[in-house]
Design a protein around this ligand. Structure first.
Ligand code: DAH
Length: 344
């Protein structure tokens, strides 16, 4: 039995010295020291030995087992280190390489305009309010002095969802909501930017576009307040040299009503192809809130007066940034949007 153990010792030692990798090393461990390994088998067979032989053989097996285990773990250490070194080598980061550029998004031109308008009006004490895009006929038209069958409804081609609901054609719908929701019928000073929908689709019209509505109701509000407000608004958005021209017009919810033109920003009023040689560009609808509208929404027209205005934010963005086609604002082509990257 002693010779058998010596043989195992010799073979195992030799095999360990010749291993090439961690896998082979593990195979050797299993072959000699595993549950069914050769040395383990010797230990199992010790039952048949005499009393005297048993401790001698037992201690020899233990010595050989320790010896082999030591050799194996030494090698194992070596392979572990080698593996780690390899990992360190392959995963090495070259900090001198240029970094991958992370492209930052930029604000959409329409959002820039909306933020600018909001900042301006908030600084003048206005609240910014919101309303539903899926609106009722009642709020979009009836409460604005446009009963069913009124010819002025033809001014706006609408998307009706049911006979009662439509996609709002104008942010003016929010005027009626704000007045109705104001339970104390207190003074109002709000703007409402938002999306509106109409059945058009060409270079200057889109089926969806953005408007901002303004509404002020208080005692002694006059046309002078409207003129002053729109002047501040337009000069801030389009430059201090912008002039305004009020042209009498018709809107069912205002009386008197005006369309407001601004100095053509392209030719500074000299006349060009954009303004059709007039020097002016039509930009806003406005007027003094119609007494019927005040009454219908709970305000006493004997006590209160007000003004309202509405303008297309897309048109404002197109003028301000020289964007030739309104649809460019909605296609989200990064080549267009990237141009607004560095703009403040
Ligand atoms: N809602 C009108 C439109 O979309 C614009 C407008 C005109 C709004 C006069 C107003 C206003 O508040 O007073 O064409």
């Amino acid at each position: 039995m002693k010779e058998q153990i010596e043989k195992i010792r010799q073979n195992a030692t030799e095999e360990i010295s010749q291993v090439n990798n961690a896998k082979e090393l593990n195979d050797i461990r299993v072959k000699y020291l595993g549950k069914k390994g050769e040395l383990t088998a010797v230990l199992r067979g010790m039952g048949g030995l005499s009393e005297e032989e048993r401790p001698i053989i037992g201690s020899l097996v233990n010595i050989v087992r320790d010896e082999l285990e030591n050799m194996i773990s030494e090698k194992e250490e070596f392979y572990k280190k080698e593996e780690l070194n390899q990992k360190l080598e392959t995963e090495k980061i070259d900090i001198t390489l240029p970094a991958t550029k992370v492209k930052r998004g930029s604000k959409h031109p329409l959002n820039r305009i909306i933020e600018e308008v909001e900042d301006l009006f908030v600084s003048m004490g206005y609240d910014v309010v919101d309303g539903p895009e899926l609106e009722t006929d009642e709020y979009c038209f009836e409460r604005l002095n446009l009963p069913k069958g009124h010819p002025a409804r033809d001014m706006q081609d609408s998307f009706y969802i049911t006979p009662e609901y439509l996609l709002r054609t104008q942010t003016s719908a929010v005027q009626a909501r704000v007045m109705m929701e104001n339970e104390e019928k207190a003074p109002i000073r709000v703007i409402c930017p938002g999306k509106v929908y109409r059945r058009d689709d060409d270079a200057t019209h889109s089926h969806q576009f953005a408007q901002v509505e303004g509404l002020v109701i208080d005692k002694d509000i006059s046309l002078a307040d409207l003129k002053g407000t729109l002047e501040v608004f337009m000069k801030k958005m389009l430059g201090e040299n912008t002039n305004l021209r009020f042209r009498p017009s018709y809107f069912p919810f205002t009386e008197p009503s005006y369309e407001v033109d601004v100095t053509c920003f392209k030719c500074n009023g000299k006349g060009c192809n954009l303004c059709k040689q007039t020097g002016w560009i039509e930009l806003l609808g406005s007027g003094m809130v119609h007494p019927n509208v005040l009454k219908m929404n709970g305000y006493d027209p004997e006590k209160y007066t007000g003004f309202a205005f509405g303008t297309g934010l897309d048109r404002l963005a197109m003028f301000k940034y020289g964007i030739p086609d309104i649809r460019l604002l909605y296609q989200n082509d990064v080549r267009v949007l990237n141009q607004f990257d560095k703009m403040q």
